[in-house]
Structures are given as C-alpha cells and as structure tokens.
Design a binder for this molecule. Sequence first.
Ligand code: SF4
Length: 367
Amino acid sequence: MIKKPNLRGHTLEEIRSLITSLEEPSYRADQVYNWLTCRSAKSFQEMTNLPKNLREKLSNYFELSLPQIVEILRDEEGTTKIALRLEDGEIIESVIIPERDHFTLCVSTQVGCALGCKFCLTAKTGFKRNLEVKEIISQVVIAKNLLKEGGDTLPLRNIVFMGMGEPLANYTNLIKALKILEDKRGFNFSRKRLTVSTAGLVPELRSLARDFPTALALSLHAPRDDLRQSLMPIAKRYFLSEIIDVLRSFPRIKNGRITIEYILIKEVNDSLREAEELYQLLKGLPVKINLIPFNPHEELPFSKPTEDRIFSFQRYLLSKRMLTTVRKSKGVRISAGCGQLRRRLEGKPLTPNTINFESTIGTSSFL
Ligand code: SF4
C-alpha cells in the first residue's frame, strides 16, 4: 500500500504545490497551512472553513497524523515532560517549561545521540536515527494542543533545541524545521526565540551562521580541552580555540547573548581553577553562563557538587562581571533530564496515552 504524504513538516510552498496538483486553488493550501500551524489542527475535519467534500478529498490524499503520546509527567511547578512514540515505535521526549509570562518548549532532534557525552543518559541509548522535519514540528503542535486543552492562556513563545540528540548533526532537517517555525504566515516564532544548542560541531556552526543564524547555546561543560575530552568525545575533534573563534563571528540576533551551558559535576569541573579558566576562555564574548548542577542518576558515575561549591563557582564568575546563573532545577522527579524518561520507558511495555500526573518538587537540573 502506498503511504499518503503527511502534510506536517512541509513549507507553505510545498503544500501549495501538493494541493494545486489536485486541481484546487492555491488559497485552499493557505487555509490548510493556517490550520496546521496557527490552530494546531489534528484532522481535516476540524478545518471548518473548507467545504466538506474538499476535506474528504484531502483526507483521501494526505494524512496529518502526529506521534502518539505515551506518557505525560508534570511536577507541581508545571514543568511537563512528554514521551512520544513515533511511527517506527521509537520514543522521543519533549519538555514544556513554564516561565513568568510564557512557555518554553524543549524539543528533540534525534532518536538517541551519537556524541556519547559521559554525563548524559541519551548517550546510553546510542544513536538510532535523525528525526524527520514532521517529527520535529509535531512536537510543537502537540505541546500547543496540550497547553490549549489544559486551559493555559500564556503563549508558547520559545523553542529550544536541547532535547535528545545533537541538532547540528541533523542539519538539513533542523534548518527546514526552523524555517517553518519562523514563517510569519504560520507558527510565527521570532528568530531570537528559537535557540539551537550544540556540543560544538564547528563546520555546522559555520553553516548555521550562514544559513539561518538563531539564538545559540553551547554545551561547554569544561574550560580546557583535556578535561572536555574526558567528558565529551566530540571535543577530540573540535578544540575549544576553534569553537570560540566561531562564536566570536557568529551573528548575534538582536544583540542577544550566547548561552554557555556548564554542568557542574562534583570534583570533576567544579573547582575555582575551572571557574578562572572559564573566565579566561570566555572574557570579551557576549555570553550568559548557565551553571547546571549535575542531576545524579544510578547509571551515571558522577555526583552533584555541594551548594557551597556551586555558589563559590558562581560568585567567582560574577566577581569578574560574567552574567552567570545557576539553573533553577526543574523536574528531577519527573525524569526531566535529557533522555531520562526514554531510558525509564525502554524495555517496559508501553500503555498508549497513559497520563500520570506526579506532584513533586523539582530540585535538580533540566538538560
Ligand atoms: S549531552 Fe547532548 S550531545 Fe551529549 S550525548 Fe547527550 S544529547 Fe548528545
């Protein structure tokens, strides 16, 4: 049986071409696109400004299916972790994070990850495959629908590509998804509110600067190459000096700062020596340093530093006038660290659409 094309993950121009090939006027494609993006429609039947016979015709030729929600976990601060099952049975994660006047969505770009960072549970899964554009976009649609169904009135305003996977390793699909999310005729996310997080893939960072510069987050985690290489195998390929060079020339969206993600791991990278090296490495760059106390897990051989060490590290950087925050912990009890929920679900029989609400206090980092 020939599979019908799924209209999600297509640009407006592509949808026009598909729908006009059915001898329908192109404004019908614009209406469909509006339903898919602005109104997060789940089916053609919802598209009530289209004639009934056209809705039936479209559903004969195309589909709009979304990944299946396998589990939703929510903590008492409202951080919501969503496990989604893709068509091939793979599980990915998204996280909705409440902010003061809006929501942020953290999306995945790959099933698993090939980079093998030593502190990351997604690395334990290994790399399975890249997500398709429709699978990236679907995470946004599902989040918008969950917020709407939950009666939330604040907008979903920020998308951070910080979930499972290295976004720049799925470059072509990432760029297309970014273009669809920014399109003013549809989702209309401001570019400064689309943040791509990377472990520092230098050639792809250069391409991003050229093709679609967004807000940027660098997963740094160590201020010198030897230490970084012991935590992140990719650091053997790209040295800090090259990465910092790219950051210096990376276009800044509306003068925004580059976010530097730094997981503080007890007695690994949390001493004042590293704080000073971090300052030396980053001084002069427009950065905001986000310190993330390590989120302990039985499968990972690291611990969380003491509060004293965390705040000494932060104080040192603040004393050097580096904007430095300690990430407020969100969702440790709901497995909100990167890859934790998938890891927990791996090997378990999955009950479709199980919704578990946990009332817990998040106390550690969300990656
Ligand atoms: S931290 Fe990010 S880049 Fe590193 S293994 Fe995990 S998902 Fe991949």
